[in-house]
Design a protein around this ligand. Structure first.
Ligand code: SIN
Length: 314
């Protein structure tokens, strides 16, 4: 029975510190190592847990090179016979993007658990230690699998997790799907099956991240013009995700420019700006076949999907 848990540190507020312990917002992210975060959780003392620092950054600055390294290190540890699961400490700001990326690339048969915190490690009532404890409990759960996020006692599937609040401790939500499980005093109350999916595999993500295709997200909004699309086409964009209004509608000025992008061989996909839901096409057929609707939930997920599709030729 595998019993080792590996914690991969990447930074974030969970590893942040402030000068004043009562200051929950004026801090510097990514200051403490994964090993220091582990040492701050008495409940995990004596457990078979290894730490590895993959990166040390504020997740607003997450980049493809870090994603590439993180996917490689997670895959490496998950393939070890003695490892039950891997925990990734991350910033909250782009956690949902990293979770979706790892899900699409690895879709692991063991648990790959992302966790984070809304308050820095130095805060009077930091949430990071309890989140880390819960994440390790999920990574140890017999039968657990797939990429999930564990925050504020709730387990979210990578496909559904969204950061929905800028400040409160319970800042993540799974929208219509609802949470996958709750962690209650170290035990798991599960509502849905563990996530499954078809892994694209590590070979799809080249170590030469400069070769990863440039896919940009562009919002449709009041007063939208063609200028953004024209500038991106001139600069060599390889794919565009339009963050469309409501059920996938796009400003007419932008629509015309995006149709020109498609004609020029640049794929364009519509995602919705709405906080919840997906684009629901008319049963009579796609309203706008030129700009297909993304199958993924958010424009950020759709950006990852389009980038990976261009890389894998699918
Ligand atoms: C970050 O995303 O790295 C900073 C913000 C946070 O973790 O809450």
């Amino acid at each position: 029975m595998p019993s080792t848990i590996v914690i991969l540190g990447t930074g974030g507020t969970i590893a942040g510190t402030a000068v004043d312990p009562s200051d929950n917002v004026g801090y510097t992210a990514a200051q403490r190592s994964a090993a220091e975060l582990l040492a701050a959780v008495p409940a995990l003392k004596g457990q078979a847990i290894e730490c590895e620092q993959v990166a040390q950054l504020d997740s607003k600055d997450m980049d493809h090179a870090t994603w590439q390294r993180l996917a490689q290190r997670a895959a490496h540890h998950l393939a070890r016979a003695d490892v039950a699961g891997v925990v990734v400490t991350h910033g909250t700001d782009t956690l949902e993007e990293t979770a979706w990326f790892l899900h699409r690339v690895l879709a692991p048969a063991k648990p790959l658990v992302l966790t984070a915190a809304m308050r820095p490690a130095s805060a009077l009532s930091a949430d990071g230690p309890a989140n880390l404890r819960d994440a390790v409990a999920v990574a140890r759960e017999p039968g657990a699998r797939g990429v999930v996020a564990v925050l504020a006692g709730t387990v979210h599937a990578a496909a559904d997790v969204r950061k929905v609040h800028s400040y409160r401790l319970d800042a993540f939500d799974s929208g219509d799907a609802g949470p996958l499980a709750r962690v209650e005093e170290g035990g798991l109350r599960r509502f849905r099956p563990w996530p499954e999916g078809e892994a694209l595999g590590l070979p799809v993500i080249s170590e030469d991240v400069a070769s990863w295709p440039w896919v940009e997200v562009l919002p449709s909004h009041a007063g939208a013009t063609r200028a953004g699309v024209d500038a991106m086409l001139a600069a060599g964009v390889r794919g565009i995700v339009v963050a469309a209004t409501g059920n996938g509608s796009v400003h007419q000025a932008l629509q015309a420019a995006l149709a020109r992008a498609v004609a020029a061989g640049v794929p364009v996909v519509r995602g919705t700006r709405c906080a919840q839901g997906v684009i629901v096409e008319s049963p009579a057929g796609a309203r706008d076949a030129v700009l297909p609707a993304a199958t993924a939930g958010t424009p950020w997920q759709a950006r990852i999907d389009l980038m990976l599709a261009l890389m894998s030729g699918r």
